[in-house]
Design a protein around this ligand. Structure first.
Ligand SMILES: [Zn+2]
Length: 317
């Protein structure tokens, strides 16, 4: 009787030990990014601008949604990796900046950087490419996990845009300040992208309307040859000052008022219409996304791409 009791205890003890071993194995084999982040406490507060809600989300999982929103999944993997490192850096920079009171960063590309949920991203992709696109983005983020860009020990303001049309812009020409690591650099191959060239047409009445909203004293006489004229260009070839009637606009202001994709534009008055032809897409400062893809196609890796657009920086973990 005692023997049977001993065997029962022994069997219970052995199965208990095995089950602990199995559980441990499962844990070590399947540590998700979320679990690592819980341990490392690497969470950020993301403000959803549409609802106003603030979500606490692991930094790396958050970056899947940023890369998915900011760069076409069809771009080269090295370009997506550069975007992942840049987005991680930009997030850290924003955390230090404390732009939003209750959040580290928001999901609006005009304010911070865009973010999209996996569900919403899937809805916009063709069904047969959803999984492979997502896996490519996950791989870009995971293979650069924790990496970010510093200058003199601090995360840089890793500004980026869609297409520089061959030459990036200095921040001083957009926002009035400069950063030592942001110079104007050239990239070849950007003309091959759909973001390279665009057009905007507005009628003379629309132009008057748009100008009056901003400048109530605005007048223009379209009979005069010089009623609209580009007065000055920046070194990068973008418009610095545009005269419209009795008002001088900065290129940046003109971009906003007339809804142009960049400040690299020319125009033509044709009958009742003003036709703007625009090159590039975005403010033009920092990393160009189409330029990154073009560099990746030329054989550059993500570190070389990053160092092409940001000068004298280091990539650290
Ligand atoms: Zn924001």
């Amino acid at each position: 009787m005692k023997k049977i009791f001993f065997y029962i205890i022994a069997i219970i003890a052995v199965s208990f030990t095995i089950s602990i071993m199995l559980t441990k194995n499962v844990e070590t084999n399947e540590v998700s990014t979320e679990e690592v982040e819980k341990v490392e406490n690497n969470f950020i507060k993301l403000l959803h601008t549409e609802t106003g809600s603030v979500e606490e989300i692991g930094l790396e999982s958050y970056l899947y949604g940023v890369v998915a929103a900011e760069m076409p999944a069809s771009y080269e993997l090295e370009a997506l990796k550069a975007q992942a490192v840049v987005a991680r850096t930009y997030t850290k920079y924003k955390q230090n900046e404390k732009k939003h009171e209750q959040a580290d960063i928001c999901d609006d590309s005009k304010c911070c950087q865009a973010w999209i949920s996996k569900e919403n991203r899937f809805a916009r992709w063709e069904e047969d490419e959803r999984e492979s696109n997502w896996q490519k983005i996950v791989s870009a983020v995971d293979s650069t996990a924790g990496k970010y860009i510093i200058y003199e020990g601090q995360p840089i303001n890793a500004l980026f845009h869609s297409n520089s049309a061959g030459k990036t812009e200095l921040p001083i020409n957009v926002w009035g300040g400069n950063y030592p690591y942001l110079e104007s650099v050239e990239t070849s191959g950007e003309e091959a992208y759909s973001t390279y060239a665009s057009e905007v047409q507005i009628s003379k009445d629309e132009l008057i309307q748009k100008m009056l909203e901003k400048y109530p004293e605005f007048t223009i006489d379209f009979k005069k040859d010089d009623c609209m004229k580009i007065l000055e260009y920046n070194e990068s070839g973008r418009v610095k000052t545009l005269k419209v009637g009795n008002i001088n606009l900065s290129g940046v202001e003109a971009r906003t008022i007339f809804g142009l994709k960049s400040t690299n534009f020319e125009f033509l008055i044709d009958g009742d219409k003003i036709k703007f032809s625009i090159l590039g897409y975005g403010h033009g400062v920092g990393l160009s996304q189409s330029g990154s893809d073009s560099l990746a196609k030329q054989g550059k890796n993500f570190e070389e791409i990053i160092k092409h657009y940001y000068k004298n920086v280091e990539i650290v973990e």
